[in-house]
Ligand binder design. Sequence first.
Ligand code: NCD
Length: 315
Amino acid sequence: MLTSRHLLGIEGLSKQEITAILDLSETYVRQNRQPNKHSNALNGLTQVNMFFEASTRTQSSFEIAGKRLGADVMNMAMQASSITKGETLIDTAMTLNAMHPDLLVVRHPHSGAVALLAEKVNCAVLNAGDGQHEHPTQALLDALTIRRAKGRLHRLTIAICGDIAHSRVARSNMFLLGKMENRVRLIGPRTLMPAGVDQLGVEVTDNMVEGLKGVDVVMMLRLQKERMDGGFIPSTREYYHRWGLDAAKLANAKPDAIVMHPGPMNRGVEIDGVLADDINRSVIQEQVEMGVAVRMAVMDLLARGLRRQEKDVMV
Ligand code: NCD
């Protein structure tokens, strides 16, 4: 069971809660590999997905996760909604709230927008990525992938590389990996490091060769151009040359280091296409598989919380 009614970020989760989510996810990894993928943790519940930003993996995996657990799942087509007629986020949420959803999965371009919305509705809210702030289910699926590949989730050295400043994936991963007592090293151009990076309790370098030495995990990130106003890098060719991951740079990491990427990937910009497809090093497809299982586990746990609350109200 989770302490909070919502999942808004990794920052508010305890080490025990993270472990509980990952342990339950393992059950769903097994279920998802069976011909019959259905169970009933969300029977009778309504899940609404509201994505105000583009998404392939996150939206589809939340939808599949909900359906496999027996929920009624509705995807709001935000481009076709009244948001385009000037309705505010809160008014849209209140309208949906009146239809009694149980789980609201929200992605929004503004940091903090999902937390604001959670204050206004009665259901459980899941943050599917808010601006540059957090993307909790991504960090959880990354953690599950690492734990399965390395056999543990502590005392590992993990490099997070590229556009850290604009990445909610990096932020959520820093929280999670830090809580689980790992060493995190941020590698990328100084212009793409977040403000106050020295206070984050992580190592920072702009040199890929130095930074990758001895790491167990290499996590690559996309240049989030939609969040950049102006030039942060000289050119994509220069960027690939210095910070793009290829086999030669990876040779500095531990021989069994794994390569991760949350997607969407820009081949030839932050990662070499051949390396991304190398099943001996890259766990990018496993990350996608783990994404469905982790989202099932999180929604199952939040639904248990909702049912407990309901019981408390009835007695
Ligand atoms: C990420 C996101 O949206 O934050 N993608 C994802 O959810 N898998 C990373 C990105 O957009 O680069």
